[in-house]
Write a protein that binds this ligand. Structure first.
Ligand code: SF4
Ligand code: SF4
Length: 91
């Protein structure tokens, strides 16, 4: 039962979350990051780092964002690993 990045992350990418992950399981997509469900160890370190509260335990994902459980699982393996903080997106 991994942690899941949800809708509020779109367009943000402050990426405060990725630097604290002990297993480096964040992956970068176009305007969002994803967590690889087979790599996340549920340490919860990333949760308080996210300024927009985009990260939830899989069991606690709000109903309207349940699709993000599948999306993280599908997209993380296709993304580039991201382990260092980046400047926020301009828009
Ligand atoms: S800090 Fe939150 S909004 Fe920013 S990249 Fe991480 S999960 Fe997305
Ligand atoms: S819960 Fe821990 S292991 Fe999972 S993505 Fe967040 S920081 Fe990484």
């Amino acid at each position: 039962m991994p942690h899941v990045v949800c809708q509020p992350c779109f367009g943000c990418k402050y990426t405060d979350c990725v630097v604290v992950c002990p297993v480096e399981c964040f992956y970068e997509s176009d305007k969002i990051v994803f967590i690889h469900p087979e790599e996340c160890i549920d340490c919860e370190a990333c949760v308080p780092e996210c300024p927009v509260e985009a990260i939830f335990h899989e069991d606690s994902v709000p109903d309207e964002w349940k699709d993000f459980i599948r999306l993280n699982a599908e997209m993380a393996p296709q993304g580039e690993p991201i382990t260092e903080k980046k400047p926020p997106l301009a828009d």
